[in-house]
Structure formats: C-alpha cells, structure tokens
Design a protein around this ligand. Sequence first.
Ligand code: NAI
Ligand code: MG
Length: 344
Amino acid sequence: MTATRIPVTLIAGDGIGPEIMDAALAVLEAVDVPFEWDRQVAGMGALKNGSDPLPQSTLDSIRRTRLALKGPLETPSGGGFRSINVRLREAFKLYANIRPALTIIPGGRYDNIDLVICRENLEGLYMGFENFVAIDDDPHAVAMATGVNTRQGARHILEYAFEYALANGRKKVTVVHKANIMKALTGIFLETAREMYEANYKGRIQFEEVIVDACAMKLVMNPWQFDVLVTTNLFGDILSDLTAGLVGGLGMAPGANIGADAAIFEAVHGSAPDIAGQGIANPVALILASAMMLDHVGLQDKATRVRQAVSDTLNIDQVRTGDLGGKATTRELTDALVQRVRNG
Ligand code: NAI
Ligand code: MG
C-alpha cells in the first residue's frame, strides 16, 4: 500500500503526444505508481480550445505540483507564438536539461553507449532576443539575435553537471564550447567551468574542453571517449539529437528539465507531425523520461522495473516499432511493456 500520493501535472502534448502519453500512463499504472495526475493542456491543444497556448491553469498546476510529465509541444517555425517549452523552462527556472543516451538495443550502429548531456536550459541564443531590420522595401533585410549567458547561469548548470557526475560514479566531465569564435558568449561558460573545476573538482573527476564542431565529429567517430558533457543551450539541443542517434534514434532518448521551482520530464523528440495519428510512434523515450521522474521522486525500484521492462520487451520479446526496424504499433509495444512490468 502506498501511503502518500504524489501530485503530478500531466500534459499530453501535440502530434504523437497523446498516443505516447497513453502508453507511458499504461506502463506507470502497471508499475503501480502513487501519482495523482492533474491533466492540463498546452501548445496547439490549448490553442484549439481557444485559450492561450500556455494557459494560466497549466502554470498554476505546475506551481502546485512542482512536477510534470509532458508530451511534445509543437512550435511554429518562423512566425507564430513563442515556444511553450522555452516559456515553461523560464517560468519554473528549469536551468538543467539532462539528456542521457544509453544503448538498450545491442547490435546497432554503436554498442555500449552510455553518456549524458547536461544542457544549460535558460540562456544563450534561446532567449529570443531577436529582431529584423528593414532596408528599403524589404522588412527582413537584416536579421539579428543576441545571446545572453551569465556567470550565475553557467555556474548553476556546471555545478549540476559536476555534482551529477560525482553522484553517478561518472569519470569525466567535458565542457563543450565555441570560445574560439564567440569569445564572450561561450567564453564565459568555458572560463567559469575552468574556475569551478580548479576550485572544487580537481582530483575528484577528470575534466576536458572540446570545441563544439570537433565534438560533433568525435561523437560520431568515437563516442565512447565521452561520459558527461556540459554545454550551452543551443549546442546542447543539437548534440542531444546527435547522441539520440547513437542509441537508435529519437524514439529512445528521454530528458529531464530540472530547476529551482519544478522538474518537467519529457522525451527529447518533438511532436513528429509526419507520423502523428497513425498509432506507430515509439513511446519508449517518454517512458524512459517517466523512469527519470520515478528516480527524481525517490522511487528508484520502480524506475528500474520500468527500464528492465523496456529492455526485455525490445530485446527478448523483440517487439519494436518501425523506427527501430520492427513492425509493432504503439499499442502492441505498450501491451508487451505492460505484460513485462506485471511479470517483472
Ligand atoms: P521531431 O523530433 O518531432 O521529429 C523528427 C523525426 O523523428 C521525424 O521523422 C519523426 O517522425 C521522428 N520521431 C520523433 N519522435 C519519434 C518517436 N517517438 N517515434 C518514432 N519516430 C519519431 O522533430 P521535428 O519534426 O523537427 O519537430 C516537430 C515539432 O516538434 C516542431 O513544432 C518542434 O518545434 C517541436 N518540438 C518539440 C519539442 C518538445 O516539446 N520538447 C522538442 C523538439 C521539437
Ligand atoms: Mg531539440
């Protein structure tokens, strides 16, 4: 019997969101979690109902629960409203975006991948300080963006990365930057990393510096040389899709947004409009994000059961969705996962 219920805000999201969220909820229910779901809307789902894409009730819910499981939210490119994901991160100061890449299915392009990207989640070029300058009759003649990185912001995520590495028995922290070109914007991040390492972490863990473009090449050529990578917002966004590709694709990559005021768990991938509504999306990324949430609330045993069920279903039962080379529907994979959790 579970004593206390844990309230969690639930946002199914756009595109494949509702399909994979149903799958995640079925798996969590099978593992008998004490979560009390508070269903809220955001993104296109909210817009269609005629409300703000980030309704006040959703913000109020997360302010109360301080915990959310979220499906992907569609963001229009070019014009349109500002990313709800970015607004949520700002609203709850979710400064650390933790994105592990772990091989679950052996025999792919790469075996035995086990690395973690710690991405600064609030600053850099994501702040949206952008504008066009008109020249003559072209309103978009010039485009400008201002990135902002602060010493304090760098400290927050760097401390998180170093402490995470130590707490999880990791050997090395790699700071990824472009301080050779953006000497101020990413120089401050590198400089802060060096200072913090010298002051607090030297002798306790290895530390190295890599420039982002070389890092991309190294991640493809020899990803095993990395352990924990810590970087600024945009680089972390790009490299974490790359590292998802090392472990079977976006369908396998979970993420946690951790902050002072809340924690929001989600998949790395987006709303996958190309396959939405077809019942073929891979729910594993969101399910692994749920496992990260179980860890976060101290239910490590249940998290382990979920991860074991994922591995057994994909590898022993060989039930896989199309992105993993299989033929299973979301529903069939979910049923197999639930079976595994129940028997596990
Ligand atoms: P995407 O991640 O949605 O899709 C990229 C490719 O991966 C597509 O071919 C898609 O079918 C495939 N894919 C993604 N997740 C999958 C899954 N679970 N199973 C099987 N295949 C999967 O990226 P895209 O198309 O660039 O973005 C679509 C929308 O999602 C955009 O509006 C974007 O802003 C938004 N987005 C939202 C995120 C969030 O809510 N955290 C993160 C990334 C993008
Ligand atoms: Mg991304």
